[in-house]
Write a protein that binds this ligand. Structure first.
Ligand SMILES: [Zn+2]
Length: 114
């Protein structure tokens, strides 16, 4: 899948993005080395919507016990969130967002002493 790097604006293939473990735990752009992560502006919408869907489902099945109601909502939250995430990803093309700036990694002031 092709996308654009938020640091250098060059087209990159998502298969070439490598995970960098260590101080900055984020994937790196293969062209400029800038730290990136998947852009998901709908993260909060998914959390709230899946919670609401969980509550509505428990209401629909007429669950009266508070404990079972809460347990059901929590258990339904994850599958609803996964489903909504897939829906949002299908609706919107894959984008990346910058994590910090690539300059700060080579900046001698912020670099950790070895
Ligand atoms: Zn880049």
């Amino acid at each position: 899948m092709k996308t654009c790097c938020p640091h250098c604006d060059r087209e990159i293939d998502t298969r070439n993005i490598r995970m960098e473990f260590g101080r900055n735990n984020a994937p790196k752009c293969p062209k400029c080395g800038g730290l990136v992560r998947p852009y998901r502006p709908y993260k909060r919408v998914v959390s709230v919507s899946s919670l609401v869907l969980g509550v509505l489902t428990m209401e629909f099945f007429g669950v009266k016990s508070v404990i079972w109601f809460a347990l059901g909502v929590v258990m339904l939250w994850l599958p609803f969130a996964l489903g909504l995430n897939i829906l949002f990803q299908c609706a919107e093309p894959f984008k990346l967002e910058a994590v910090g700036s690539p300059r700060s990694q080579s900046d001698p002031v912020t670099r950790q002493p070895k």
